[in-house]
Design a binder for this molecule. Structure first.
Ligand code: AMP
Ligand code: ZN
Length: 493
């Protein structure tokens, strides 16, 4: 089933962090919309906050495609250059991870890149056009740096630095640079301006880096900000349509990318809105997933991964649904109860769809066009997924529409929200904690025995079976309205 809203007349409005305004989206080339999303630093697994960023970009790319624009979408893999702080001091995160684990840095990068791609797959995130690696673009980064060096950079013993006073309006994207400016002053001696940043980091004499390239500024490694400017320029061309990242990137990484792009484009103003020289017409940022228990810092070593949620018995699409319930520009607080509620909501949806499927041959009745239009209206309003979800509920439950018509309309919701409701089954959602000692068949067998005991009014036996199941992480749900027999026991906290 294909779903496309190309006939849609509702203009897509997106919030542009650069202009601080919601703007109608006007593609530079309607035959090829170009989007670049800052990718993960692959020194560890992605935490579920990082993954929220890609649920957001996936919603964006699904909506663009659904509204009829062919898309080139890039998510880069940062396998070199990202330091342990956003400033220019500290180790490269990749080198630090290799040192700590005693492993080969290339093997670490490959391992976590594969894990990241698996996370995206589990969350139903459509594959981008390419996942370029930073390490595959170092010669192009050196060329880019050479092109801007004379007018925009200066040498220090530890590398080549970008002089932010050489471009107009440095930092106009950022919100907090003025009040948090102090924290940006890092201990690199010789910097002319606290916001100046390294675009090439030369290895210190005797420094033993696993990843190192020759350059006009001595052997070393590229600065982190350089890679995104270079990969977006090489793979999409400047200016392109949309650049995305989490709001942390709005403060330092993206202002620095913009400064490099301005330098590279030689101050030429181009692009539809006149701010194309920043590299992209629209800069979009997802807000953070926060976790009060502090388990969301990748560098602290203790953080929540998608696998950890799955190990606790949650389906990854329950997490996707949880993300869609919040607007991408709102903070979202993580909690196990919220995740459990999202999983129940997903089960409810799947059960409704399964019910419709059993009645799919009933005579066709009604027209779902109004729902498709409401879906379009919600998503076209800066991707308002929290408003799109109730439209889905309403459509599925609308008795004026025959089951077949509702199932056909579901294709539009799946194409945009990516919840896979046309294919997901109840069996898929019978997830269990990894620690559960019973498998599905054993659980079913115990439930059958318990039902028999209850029919015989042998409540002692039925209670004993319930307690055994509970000890194994399985909570029996007597009289559940939806007819689910059991659910995994919720983790503490
Ligand atoms: P990193 O792997 O640290 O480079 O981050 C990958 C992406 O996740 C970037 O777009 C970050 O801005 C984003 N990000 C980091 N932490 C969070 C969070 N807690 N919630 C949402 N997005 C985040
Ligand atoms: Zn980036």
């Amino acid at each position: 089933m294909t779903a496309t809203a190309s006939s849609s007349s509702i203009p897509l409005i997106l919030y542009n962090s650069l202009t601080r305004a919601a703007e109608p989206f006007r593609p530079i080339d309607p035959a090829n919309v170009r989007v670049y999303s800052c990718g993960p630093t692959v020194y560890n697994y992605a935490h579920i906050g990082n993954l929220r960023a890609y649920v957001f970009t996936d919603t964006l790319s699904r909506v663009l495609r659904w509204k009829g624009w062919p898309l080139t979408h890039i998510i880069n893999i940062t396998d070199v250059g990202h330091l342990t702080s956003d400033a220019d001091a500290g180790d490269d995160k990749m080198e630090a991870a290799a040192k700590k684990s005693g492993q080969d840095i290339w093997a670490i990068a490959a391992h976590y890149t594969t894990a990241f791609k698996q996370n995206l797959h589990d969350l139903g995130i459509a594959e981008p056009t390419r996942f370029p690696l930073a390490t595959e673009h170092v010669p192009q980064m050196i060329d880019f740096a050479k092109a801007i060096e004379a007018k925009h950079c200066y040498r220090l013993p530890d590398g080549l630095y970008f002089d932010v006073t050489t471009v107009p309006d440095y930092g106009r994207l950022a919100r907090h640079q003025d009040d948090e400016g102090e924290s940006r002053i890092d201990p690199v001696a010789g910097k002319r301006h606290p916001a100046d940043f390294a675009i090439w980091r030369s290895s210190a004499p005797g420094e033993n880096r696993q990843m190192e390239w020759d350059s006009p500024w001595g052997p070393g490694a590229p600065g982190w900000h350089l890679e995104c400017s270079v990969m977006s320029e090489k793979l999409l061309g400047l200016p392109f349509d949309i650049h995305t990242g989490g709001i942390d990137h709005r403060e330092i990484h993206h202002p620095n990318e913009i400064a490099q792009n301005q330098a590279f484009c030689g101050g030429r103003e181009h692009g539809h809105h006149g701010h194309g020289a920043s590299g992209a017409n629209i800069w979009m940022h997802n807000n953070f997933l926060i976790d009060r228990t502090g388990k969301m810092s990748k560098s602290s070593g203790e953080f929540l991964t998608l696998q950890a949620l799955m190990d606790r018995g949650f389906h990854p699409l329950a997490y996707r649904l949880m993300c869609l319930q919040a607007h991408y520009r709102s903070e979202m607080e993580f909690g196990w109860d919220g995740l459990a509620a999202a999983q129940v909501r997903l089960k409810r949806l799947v059960q409704t769809v399964e019910g419709l499927r059993t009645r799919a041959d009933s005579p066709e009745k009604g027209d779902a066009a109004a729902y498709r239009e409401r879906l379009d209206a919600a998503l076209s309003d800066d991707l308002a997924t929290p408003r799109a979800l109730p439209v889905l509920d309403e459509m599925l439950g609308d008795k004026k529409l025959s089951p077949g018509v509702r199932l056909a309309a579901l294709a539009d919701f799946d194409a945009t929200l990516g919840l896979q409701l046309t294919t997901l089954t109840r069996a898929d959602l019978r997830t269990r904690p990894k620690t559960a000692t019973l498998d599905d068949l054993e659980i079913e067998a115990q439930l059958v025995e318990r039902r028999a005991a209850r029919a015989d009014k042998d409540f002692a036996k039925s209670d004993a079976i319930r307690d055994t199941l509970l000890a194994a992480g399985v909570e029996v749900m007597d009289g559940d309205q939806l007819g689910w027999d059991w659910k995994p026991v919720l983790p503490e906290g």
